[in-house]
Design a protein around this ligand. Structure first.
Ligand code: ATP
Ligand code: MG
Length: 432
């Protein structure tokens, strides 16, 4: 579990802001659910024989003796909330963001508390919505400047198709039982499709020649899948069919997909999702088709650094004030600047000291400019402004010109009413 320190937070904001913009632009509404749920919810949805439920959940008994778990993912909670609040009477396009908890072996890209942004759509059965959510993710990567993510796609069919396949898979895997790892042998009869998800190298070799589910799809699942593929073709989003893609959770059917990068080492899946038409009913709701995905934000933050994203200066300006009167004036000058420019990020010096020591702090604040108010400036009705990141000299501006100058940095638009109030204790006389 990690602390995210202030210097890293700008990257998080960028990812969160862009995600929210993009999701809102497709008409998705945010939902916020609790971090704790009853353990049974996850057992019933994710599946008893999965990594998550078998060994990764943070579960405990509360004071009433109920078993609760920190949520390991967001889908089960969204489904529970949608059922509980009667949201399923019409289609819903939802998104969520927040921390998830899994007791995994810690390694690069795998943490015990990590963050996801996810999407869940309820009530839409067709391939059009599968296509839409994949196009959302593709747009996100473009907006964030992520190159080199590849899309892998598979269809898991419907339950009856999977049943037929399951028998054939068990027969094949059993005939290679001597080469499978212990966990896969155990799962061979409880949940054989899970074996396809094994990370064990020798097992993976066996899996490479296993029969594929794709060959067991019926007419309707096949045409659903083809429609998703041709939509992607038309949209110009390249993809690769991966018949071994099964996902780590049991509730998926039909379309499943992952976005993978080679730039992050072994843990390269940045986003994963698919259709889960049976889950709502399985959790006690009316039968409702559903599809969604989740993105791992820690991995996206790493990608953002690789994409060379330059974050904004933490503050635009740092206000330096020397002399008793100037120091008394400074906070109110700052307040008036904030009134005029709501987007201005302005830090005022606190704690007194010489020009030299205040400038040192201004520099360390990361600000682009120092604003200087000394007794002389105060008397002349001007404020000094000195670039901290370039070798140009100090300028002197009256309050109105200062506001206009800073508006150029903040991209605040000044309305006439606001500029009319710009005169005051710093006079409008401009000296140079
Ligand atoms: P795997 O098979 O690699 O364990 P999973 O099936 O458990 O993956 P999902 O539950 O689908 O993964 O999670 C979706 C995304 O959330 C992942 O692609 C990844 O980006 C992120 N993620 C999952 N687990 C972790 C973790 N422990 N730490 C950081 N990110 C994670
Ligand atoms: Mg996992």
């Amino acid at each position: 579990m990690h602390d995210i320190l202030p210097e890293a937070v700008a990257s998080w904001h960028r990812i969160e802001d862009v995600s929210r913009q993009v999701l809102t632009s497709y008409g998705y509404a945010e939902i916020r659910t609790p971090i704790l749920e009853v353990t049974d919810l996850f057992k019933r949805s994710i599946g008893e024989v999965t990594d998550i439920v078998e060994k990764e959940m943070y579960s405990f008994e509360d004071r009433n003796g109920d078993s609760l778990s920190l949520r390991p993912e967001g889908t089960a909670s969204c489904v529970r909330a949608a059922i509980e609040h009667g949201l399923l009477v019409q289609p819903q396009r939802l998104w969520y963001r927040g921390p998830m908890f899994r007791h995994e072996r810690p390694q690069r890209g795998r943490y015990r508390q990590f963050n996801q942004i996810g999407v869940e759509v309820f009530g839409l059965p067709g391939p059009d919505i599968d296509l839409e959510i994949i196009l959302i993710t593709a747009r996100l990567w473009r907006r964030l400047g992520f190159a080199g993510l590849r899309l892998e796609l598979n269809s898991l069919g419907d339950p009856d198709e999977r049943q037929a396949y399951r028998n054939e898979l068990v027969a094949y895997l059993s005939s290679h039982g001597d080469r499978l790892d212990a966990e896969s042998i155990r799962r061979l009869h409880t949940n054989p499709l899970r074996v396809l998800d094994s990370k064990h190298p020798e097992t993976q070799k066996v899996i490479a020649d296993a029969p594929t589910l794709m060959d067991h799809l019926g007419e309707s699942t096949r045409s659903h899948f083809q429609s998703v593929c041709s939509g992607l073709d038309q949209a110009g989003v390249p993809y690769r069919l991966n018949p071994r893609l099964v996902r780590g959770l049991d509730y998926y059917n039909r379309t499943v997909f992952e976005w993978i990068t080679d730039d992050l080492g072994a843990q390269g899946t940045v986003c994963a999702g698919g259709r889960y038409d049976g889950l709502v009913e399985q959790l006690g709701g009316r039968p409702t088709p559903a599809v969604g995905f989740a993105m791992g934000l820690e991995r996206m933050v790493e990608l953002l650094a690789l994409a060379g994203h330059a974050s904004d200066a933490p503050v635009h300006a740092y206000l330096v004030a020397v002399g008793e009167q100037a120091q008394a004036e400074a906070p109110f000058l700052a307040e008036r600047l904030r009134d005029a420019l709501p987007r201005l990020r302005l830090m005022t010096h606190c704690g007194g000291g010489s020009f030299k020591s205040q400038f040192k702090r201004a520099d360390r604040s990361g600000a682009s400019y120092a604003l200087v108010l000394g007794e002389a400036e105060l008397e002349r009705g001007i404020v000094g402004i000195k670039p901290l990141r370039e070798q140009t000299g100090q300028q002197e501006l009256d309050f109105g010109d200062l506001v206009s100058f800073l508006a150029g940095l903040t991209k605040d638009t000044l309305d006439r009413g606001a500029s009319a109030q710009l005169s005051g204790s710093i006079s409008t006389r401009r000296l140079q």
